[in-house]
Design a protein around this ligand. Structure first.
Ligand code: AMP
Ligand code: ZN
Length: 469
């Protein structure tokens, strides 16, 4: 498997630190509002990376944080007159709903910056002890950037280039820094802000230290893959490397992967520029799977420009796959020969070739655009070869193949079987009977079966009522 590594600017063969296991960290959102579809791009893409690694047989430990202490969260909390935890908790819950709708698998761990302050104090202490950090007069702790000889190795910037930005940095009034390139590890609190005690001042962490600490705690000093949007390469990820490697003396992450921007009118979609659509806005108009399809239909390292035309194309592409699977389901309801014919066996070898093609494009730096084309090839193959006399085994093999490959892309292509009202009433009657017979296990089973199909039962004095969840 080949992965393009931002650090080497080359496509490299993928080797894990531990055989069969992948340790992966992806920077998560700052939670002060609903996420926009730009934020959804790394979420969807790296979820697909994780799914494909799992498909290949790796055990993936996937950590993605929520940044829940930040100027923007504090600003919003002040506007609403609430504690900043009210804001972050609200938008973490909303973000998780969006992620579920987009079929993004829950991370192995979703650490919150505010719950990891102890580890941050400890890492800052180590950096001070090793001479990589210093405390300014007001208690701010800075990282001594020039001390880390390899600074710039990820973003391919050298310190002299960076010096040209110094004037700008000086204007920001941080003249208590030894050097304008130094960055904040810990800063003093301002009035009304959340803060924690520390040996240096009451305050809060800088953003970069959060990820170094959470990654180390949940994945260890060295990881396989670190991911995020390309805006994070500098300074965020460069600073993470400086912190983590100064502490451990070891290479922090072997592979650095960055997705290109989701643009709108060829400008980066961002909350601050105001040119954004939230995932909710899009879900009001489209099935969330269509958004997933749209994101994966471009290579992750190419910018993707949002447009109605591309969304419509994603919609019709997605529907083509869903229709193909439901046609197969429809055919499978009818009586037909069970076993594969000789001709079908031969046809299935072609299906096997398509599967290998899918794997080879995904092995080539996760080329999801080509992977989706292979799914379309498979749909076309199925549409032209599944017919009235096809055997059950053949149709089932086709269906399984499409569902498996779509699932690697996180696309749900099998329509949930909706229960008809009469079927629901019948199951409720069966449950009442089971209860009368004191067969509570069966009664619970029916309740759960209904729940699985999105039907919630409520036992009231007037009898059992049901509603769709
Ligand atoms: P933020 O909440 O701004 O810290 O961003 C969370 C994640 O979304 C980071 O990995 C960003 O790089 C990524 N991101 C933000 N805006 C975009 C965009 N327009 N296109 C792609 N990725 C983005
Ligand atoms: Zn981060």
């Amino acid at each position: 498997m080949q992965i393009y590594n931002t650090k080497s600017r080359k496509t490299e063969e993928f080797h894990t630190l531990e055989p069969g296991k992948v340790r992966m960290y992806v920077c998560g959102p700052t939670v002060y509002n609903f996420i926009h579809i730009g934020n959804a791009r790394p979420m969807i893409f790296f979820d697909t990376v994780r799914r494909y690694l799992t498909y290949k047989g790796y055990e993936v430990n996937y950590v993605s944080n929520f940044t829940d202490v930040d100027d923007k969260i504090i600003k919003k909390a002040i506007e609403e007159g609430v504690d900043s935890s009210v804001i972050s908790e609200r938008y973490i819950a909303e973000c998780k709903k969006d992620m579920e709708a987009l079929n993004i698998l829950p991370a192995t761990t979703n650490p919150l910056a505010t719950q990891e302050i102890g580890g941050m104090l400890e890492m800052i202490r180590t950096l001070i002890d090793k001479g990589y950090a210093y405390v300014a007069a007001d208690g701010t702790v800075y990282y001594r950037t020039r001390k880390f000889a390899q600074y710039g190795k990820l973003s391919h910037k050298n310190l002299d280039d960076l010096r040209s930005g110094e004037r700008q940095l000086k204007v920001s009034g941080q003249d208590q820094k030894e050097d304008p390139l130094d960055f904040v590890l810990w800063k003093p609190k301002k009035d009304g802000e959340p803060y924690w005690e520390s040996p240096w001042c009451k305050g809060r962490p800088g953003w970069h230290i959060e990820c170094s600490v959470m990654s180390r705690k949940y994945l260890g000093e060295q990881i396989d893959i670190h991911g995020g949007g390309e805006d994070l390469i500098f300074p965020h990820h460069e600073n993470e490397i400086a912190q983590s490697e100064a502490c451990s003396g070891k290479e922090f992450s072997n592979y650095w992967m960055h997705n290109a921007f989701l643009n709108i009118n060829n400008h980066k979609m961002s909350k601050s520029a105001g040119n954004f659509f939230t995932v909710r806005d899009i879900m009001a108009k489209y099935d969330p799977q269509v958004l997933r399809m749209f994101m994966l239909s471009a290579h992750y390292r190419s910018p993707l420009n949002f447009s109605d035309e591309l969304m419509e194309a994603a919609k019709s592409g997605y529907e083509r796959i869903v229709t193909c699977v439901s046609n197969l389901d429809f055919m499978l309801e009818k009586d037909r020969p069970e076993a594969l014919s000789e001709k079908e066996q031969e046809l299935l070898t072609q299906v096997g070739e398509l599967r290998r093609k899918f794997e080879s494009v995904m092995d080539d730096d996760f080329n999801t655009a080509d992977a989706i084309s292979v799914i379309f090839d498979l749909v076309r193959f199925s549409n032209s070869n599944a017919e009235e006399h096809s055997s059950r085994a053949f149709l089932e093999a086709l269906k399984k193949e499409i569902i498996t490959l779509a699932d690697v892309c996180g696309l749900i292509v099998e329509r949930k079987q909706e229960l008809q009202d009469a079927e629901i009433e019948q199951l409720i009657a069966d449950r009442q009977q089971a209860r009368k017979d004191k067969n509570f296990a069966r009664a619970d089973e029916i309740r759960n079966e209904l729940l699985d199909k999105g039907i919630v039962l409520e036992d009231t004095r007037e009898g059992v009522k049901w509603k769709k969840a």
